[in-house]
Design a protein around this ligand. Structure first.
Ligand code: NAD
Length: 372
């Protein structure tokens, strides 16, 4: 059995879908592992590191030739797909809610695709959850980026020359990224507040020493553990509360997402204009349309003195951590597929398998692609 790890071709993508540690583990299971030359450089992993772990280093797309399993951070493009054998398993970040035509082309290549983003939110699946491992890093990095762009300090400092006030940081959306953002901002000494539409987050916010900004709504958590879209009336209620709170905040980090939907608008242009010049917004939802209509992918927009940071792929900017975690998530998933005797088994009765299987036999097969 051969496992291949191509270099990521997406501009600016520094991560790679395997680390030397997981390569060793795959080899122990009886696999042959091929890594594309240079694939690990963005994560400070050299070809020699992969070689020392037992991988064969291959130049270019030929790395996937005859591979039974191909591991990727992002959905492979046409050229790489062409180099794969029919029926190869492709596991990784496949952007399952992305462009439909590109997804159909992916399926047509005849590969068996597992989109790790669709991993069910069940306890057993936590170790395979790329959204969690990467969002945690992104939440941390969002605070660091905000701190770097903010022309003032986060902690309160009492000096002989006067007192530096603590920065006020507001986190909107308290999922995995939001929780880490709260913890990081608190460690830096900021006064932190946070809001979410899921009631369970109140306890979590308070336990991290932040203030919960509460919008009184009917339960907005779905059975899958995500948020549902709010009704127009609920949105208005939330907007009113946010508008009054945001005026006094120095830094706002937004992370609100609803699976399969555009990101909800949480900060309107008027709200941005109500903030003090020098304030910072980091919009982590920018990839899915943004929580602020002024944010632009991979740009820092300045609007009336407020900087809105829309940097994409913040986890990828911590590739030295993001790669080993992502790699381990996939390795844990492959444990379900690679049997003790080295054979491969796709057991669709397992919800972690059926929940992530998006392409098989030339077609998109996941329920998210069924006509509504
Ligand atoms: P996410 O990235 O989908 O969304 C981020 C946050 O935005 C969520 O907390 C969501 O409630 C919030 N949000 C959505 N709409 C909003 C709005 N209009 N206003 C304010 N906030 C809004 O979420 P996530 O980080 O993937 O986590 C979702 C939940 O799943 C969390 O409770 C997390 O702990 C849980 N989880 C469970 C597992 C597991 O058990 N395997 C793994 C990961 C996460």
């Amino acid at each position: 059995m051969k496992i291949a790890i191509p270099a990521e071709s997406h501009p600016g993508e520094a991560r790679v879908a395997a680390s030397p540690d997981v390569v060793k583990a795959y080899i122990k299971k009886g696999a042959k592992v091929a890594v594309q030359s240079g694939a690990g450089l963005g994560s400070n992993i050299s070809d020699d590191d992969f070689k020392a772990a037992g991988a064969e280093i291959v130049k270019g797309e030929a790395v996937v030739k005859d591979a039974d399993i191909v591991l990727t951070i992002r959905r492979p493009g046409e050229k790489l797909l062409k180099a794969m054998k029919e029926g190869a398993i492709v596991a990784g970040g496949l952007e399952p809610y992305g462009d439909r035509k590109a997804l159909e082309d992916f399926a047509k290549a005849g590969v068996t695709g597992f989109a790790m983003e669709l991993m069910p939110r069940i306890t057993r699946a936590q170790a395979m959850d790329i959204l969690s491992s990467q969002a945690n890093l992104a939440g941390y990095k969002a605070v660091i980026e905000a701190g770097a762009a903010f022309g003032r300090a986060f902690p309160m400092m009492m000096t002989a020359a006067g007192t530096v006030p603590a920065a006020k940081v507001f986190i909107m959306g308290v999922g995995v990224a939001g929780l880490q953002a709260i913890a990081t901002a608190r460690r830096l000494g900021a006064i932190v507040s946070a809001t979410d539409v899921r009631k369970a987050t109140e306890e979590q916010v308070k336990s991290l020493g932040a203030k919960f900004v509460y919008v009184d709504l009917a339960e907005a958590a779905t059975a899958a553990g995500y948020a549902r879209e709010l009704t127009a009336e609920e949105k208005a209620k939330q907007a009113e509360l946010v508008a009054s709170h945001i005026k006094s905040q120095d830094v706002v980090i937004t992370t609100a997402l609803i699976p399969g939907r555009p990101a909800p608008t949480l900060i309107t242009k008027e709200m941005v204009e109500s903030m003090k010049p020098g304030s910072i917004i980091v919009d982590l939802a920018v990839e899915r349309g943004g929580n602020c209509p002024l944010s632009k992918p991979d740009q820092i927009v300045e609007h009336k003195g407020v900087k809105i940071i829309g940097t994409l792929n913040l986890a990828g900017r911590l590739a030295g951590n993001a790669t080993p975690l992502f790699a381990k998530n996939i390795a844990n998933f492959l444990d379900l597929i690679i049997q003790k005797d080295g054979s491969l088994k796709i057991d669709e009765a397992d919800e972690c398998i059926s929940g992530t299987l998006i392409a098989k036999g030339g077609k998109l097969v996941h329920k998210i692609y069924e006509a509504k």
